[in-house]
Design a protein. Structure first.
Lengths: 302, 386
């Protein structure tokens, strides 16, 4: 088991024929992901990377039975592609695009919430994220595939390269990952820490979870409340931005301390109180997880 | 992007939001004689800087006569302001706004913000305006009114009425207020703002409703559909920051002496934290982005070295899609190109890392390599101290 993606996942790529879409779709195909086609309006009927191109997401789903979507559409049009994917019935929508206006995401969030309230199974991951990977089964994103290894550590993170750092440390310790989810660095996004933690808690393959947060917003604090109440698996955390000056946007639109909220101190305190092992030094996160999981694996004779 | 008070008030004017009568904005080098002071006064002279707490720091002054107003405005230009929001640094007053003052009977706080948890805008208001909303929220959370807003419908009639009743707006100003509140929400939505604040909104002695301050922060991601905004200078950015932005590099200047070049915003932030933990201070935040090629790395070095404080440079790159050997060649070529004279510490990790390290080792450049972020930070701090 894993979360969000597995070897049965059929992916379609929005913005398939663009430079970014082509490059990363090719990388995903080489990893072994089952990309069944792509969407580029006006190029329906063509073939790209050996896969069919469709004009609309509906056409793509009808012809291929796809259930997940990977979006590389440029910022001004990306919100529309998310909604198109949702309308076409895709249940996992992963949006890589960086730079979507917040107000567009406000509208997207409203519609997705309405669909879910009406009983539709639809989950958005991102935008402005590296994507999702279930090692050895399906890679839907821009992460380097080879650093991952199939295993039992679930990872959820707001930042791309920080995720790779954590993945690499886990792999270097001889452990592996169940699924790695990049939720992205935007202030209004799809899946948040809480949603990912719930999935990892319910996933039998996942034995421990790493969450990589950063300053801004209150998603880490919300996650801490859930961890304290419901989570039985060990959680390891790191929060980036301890030394970031308030009021300045540190790259990610969401990474900003405003009016005294979203500070590093408040997040670390909330997570520690919830029983999360928080490392101050990022270089130590892989070792911390290994210290917990390796004796357990030994005892179980693995 | 943060707008100056008068720029925000220009936006307000387009939405019919009442502000004080403007007598002019003067910049350093302008003569105060250009101010249109034909009314009977008094006037208010306000430093146009992007920090709250201007009043207490001497950046807002009242003047009774036209001559006094000109004198005060002239003196304020070029003044250094330190407020509780400037983190001990002084801001130079480059522009001054002069308006006709009013007699204040009551002050109200009102703003539209993005409620991240709800993923929607929200109106925040309090009958106790004037003071900082953070202080009020900490001390008297019960005095803060929150109204969630639907970004497509805007502020609804009943919500505007509810706000007016909760804020105890007098009957005479009731409909002016509900129109004002709806317009304020429109300013937020239609301009892709992340904050629109009026502190204070004032009821004057002659029973008028006036926004006497404005604070607008807009979403940089939406600049493509606001060409007028995009054309304006980013007042908050330093010269180096503006230059970096122009060539597609995300750079923020800081106070330390260790220049940092990192790929990815999160890793860049974590690198600053690790440098601090190792006993040093970073000179900057810099995200070179995913395509860390020779050209981009050269540009990043050039940007970092524009800061004279920099005593050592730390490069921390996780090679994913972009392989470490390519990045290493890029670092070598770029350091030669810019004639790097300060110590360089490089930490590469990821795809083809051994090949990358080999290229760095054989480059003939005086550089130190590190295997982990922690080791890199310690080496950079030591190098900067030498």
């Amino acid at each position: 088991m894993s979360i969000l993606l597995n070897k049965k996942t059929k992916l379609i790529v929005h913005g398939f024929t663009g430079a970014q879409g082509s490059f990363h779709a090719q990388q995903c195909l080489e990893y072994g992901s089952d990309i069944v086609g792509g969407v580029t309006p006006g190029k329906g009927g063509a073939e790209h990377l050996g896969k069919p191109v469709f004009n609309t997401a509906r056409d793509a789903v009808k012809a291929t039975g796809a259930d997940a979507s990977l979006i590389f559409v440029p910022p001004p049009y990306a919100a529309d592609s998310i909604l198109e994917a949702a309308d076409a019935g895709l249940s996992v929508i992963i949006c890589i695009t960086e730079g979507i206006p917040v107000m567009d995401m406000v509208r997207v969030k409203k519609r997705l919430t309405a669909l879910r309230n009406a009983g539709r199974d639809v989950t958005l991951v991102g935008p402005n994220c590296p994507g999702v990977i279930t090692p050895g089964e399906c890679k839907a994103g821009i992460m380097p595939g080879y650093i991952h290894k199939k295993g039992s550590v679930g990872i959820v993170s707001r930042s791309g390269t920080l995720t790779y750092e954590a993945v690499w440390q886990v792999t270097s310790q001889g452990l592996g990952q169940s699924t790695v989810v990049g939720i992205g660095g935007d202030p209004v996004q799809g899946m948040n820490f809480l949603d990912a933690l719930k999935l990892f808690q319910a996933d039998p393959q996942t034995e421990a979870v790493i969450m990589i947060g950063e300053i801004g917003g209150s998603a880490e604090e919300d996650a801490a409340r859930y961890i304290k109440k419901e989570m039985t698996k060990p959680v390891f955390g790191f929060v980036a931005g301890k030394t970031a000056p308030p009021g300045r946007r540190m790259g990610h639109a969401g990474a900003i301390v405003e009016g005294g909220s979203g500070t590093h101190a408040s997040k670390v305190e909330a997570l520690k109180k919830a029983g999360v092992t928080v490392v101050d030094n990022l270089s130590e996160i892989g070792g911390a997880v290994a210290a917990k999981l390796k004796p357990k694996a030994k005892a179980a004779g693995r | 992007m943060k707008l100056l008070e008068y720029e925000g008030k220009d936006v307000f004017a387009r939405y019919g939001i009442p502000t004080l009568k403007r007598c002019g904005v003067i910049r350093i080098g302008d003569s105060p004689d250009g101010l249109a002071l034909d009314g009977k006064g008094p006037w208010v002279v306000k430093a146009q800087v992007l920090a709250g707490g201007r009043g207490k720091a001497g950046g807002v002054k009242l003047a009774k006569t036209a001559a006094e107003t000109r004198e005060v405005a002239g003196k304020m230009l070029g003044m250094k302001l330190v407020t509780h929001q400037t983190q001990g640094k002084a801001l130079t007053v480059e522009e001054v706004l002069v308006e006709e003052a009013c007699d204040i009977a009551r002050e109200i706080y009102i703003s539209v913000v993005l409620d991240r948890r709800a993923g929607a805008p929200s109106v925040i208001a309090s009958a106790e305006g004037g003071m900082s909303i953070e202080e009020l929220a900490a001390g008297h959370p019960e005095k803060i009114i929150r109204v969630p807003v639907d970004a497509e419908a805007g502020l609804l009639e009943f919500q505007a009425r509810q706000l007016a009743f909760d804020l105890k707006i007098p009957k005479k100003n009731f409909s002016d207020f509900t129109e004002f509140a709806k317009s304020l929400v429109r300013v937020f939505i239609e301009n892709d703002a992340s904050l629109v604040e009026v502190n204070p909104l004032v009821l004057t002695a002659d029973e008028k409703l006036v926004a006497i301050d404005s604070k607008i922060v807009t979403d940089d991601n939406a600049l493509f559909r606001h060409k007028d905004q995009a054309a304006k200078p980013d007042h908050e950015a330093s010269d180096i920051e503006r230059e970096a932005k122009g060539i597609g590099i995300n750079y923020i200047g800081l106070d330390g002496d260790i220049g940092c070049m990192v790929n990815g915003a999160g890793l860049a932030m974590a690198t600053l934290d690790t440098v601090k933990m190792a006993g040093g201070d970073a000179a900057n935040f810099l995200d070179v982005g995913g395509g860390a090629n020779v050209e981009q790395i050269t540009k990043a070095f050039q940007i970092i070295l524009k800061d004279p404080k920099v005593k050592a440079v730390l490069v921390n790159i996780f090679g994913g899609i972009m392989k470490c050997d390519n990045i290493a060649s890029g670092v070598v070529e770029a350091s030669k190109k810019v004639g790097l004279a300060v110590p360089l510490v490089v930490r590469l990790e990821g795809t083809r890392v051994n090949e990358g390290k080999e290229i760095l080792a054989r480059s003939g450049l005086k550089l130190e390599q590190a295997d982990s972020l922690w080791e890199a930070a310690q080496k950079a701090v030591a190098a900067a101290r030498r």
